[in-house]
Design a protein around this ligand. Structure first.
Ligand code: ADP
Ligand code: MG
Ligand code: MG
Length: 248
């Protein structure tokens, strides 16, 4: 069965229909791009999948289990990790401390971020391995607030890896990242996928999307317009008209 399934997911807030009848199966190990005009419902869809918002209709299944009513932290423990459009780091902590906190929480230990970190413990070792995976080990002792945008994104991805997720949701990983940092960050995302993890990525940077993904899901006005290979999606007339006035 697919690692992630959405079955007729809908969301109404007040009188507004934010998501409408979204159905989607994501096989294990797939990298799926999620594109669509601003306001199409991409972030809201991630919020529904990660448990920040409960759908008013339909179901979300993780590994075949209905998690529609499972709280966000339990979904995270079940293997669902995500990043946000805006940064979610502890800016005053060092790079390794940010990752160590997640690694320690994942291992079930109490987090002790306000104590002097001891370099010898297992969580620190795991944090340093994770930083090496994203190419940030040389910045382990830097304070997070001093990182470039590209480095912050790498750190957020390292924090995700430390949670050992099955499914990763990346919301605009290239947002705010200088063009010089895009290729390296693209390689980090490719590496996530190579590790056999399933990745869903909202991204406006089309060269990045097309260079990385197996399939593309196109959202428009809260609906899923198409889910197909990048080539088929770009040739789809409904997709082209949904993007009128925006660069595809
Ligand atoms: P995208 O990520 O595709 O740019 P969003 O998912 O952020 O789009 O938003 C989709 C639509 O839902 C937008 O019109 C937005 O204003 C609306 N929306 C999102 N969250 C809420 C909310 N909590 N209450 C009301 N409207 C919302
Ligand atoms: Mg947006
Ligand atoms: Mg968004």
């Amino acid at each position: 069965h697919p690692v992630l399934s959405l079955e007729h997911v809908g969301l109404r807030i007040g009188g507004a229909r934010i998501l409408n009848d979204v159905s989607l199966d994501v096989p294990a190990g797939e990298m799926l791009g999620v594109i669509g005009p601003n306001g199409a419902g991409k972030t809201t869809l991630f919020n529904v999948v990660s448990g920040i918002i409960r759908p008013t209709e339909g179901r979300v299944l993780l590994d075949g289990q209905d998690v529609s009513h499972v709280a966000i932290h339990h979904r995270a423990a079940a293997g669902l990790g995500r990043t946000f459009q805006t940064s979610s780091l502890f800016q005053a902590l060092s790079v390794v401390e940010n990752v160590r906190m997640v690694a320690q929480a994942h291992a079930g230990g109490a987090t002790s971020v306000f104590r002097t970190p001891r370099r010898t413990d297992a969580a620190t070792t795991r944090a340093l391995e994770t930083l090496a995976e994203v190419g940030l080990e040389h910045r382990a002792d830097a304070v997070a607030s001093g990182l470039s945008h590209g480095e912050k994104r790498k750190l957020e991805i390292a924090m995700l890896i430390a949670m050992e997720p099955k499914v990763i949701l990346l919301d605009e990983p290239m947002a705010g990242v200088g063009s010089a940092d895009v290729p390296a960050l693209t390689e980090v995302i490719r590496g996530l996928h190579r590790g056999g993890r399933t990745v869903l990525m909202v991204e406006h940077h089309m060269e990045v999307v097309l260079g990385l993904v197996d399939r593309v899901a196109v959202m428009h006005h809260g609906e899923l317009l198409a889910v197909d290979t990048p080539e088929a999606v770009m040739a789809n007339p409904a997709v082209q008209s949904a993007y009128l006035g925006e660069a595809v």
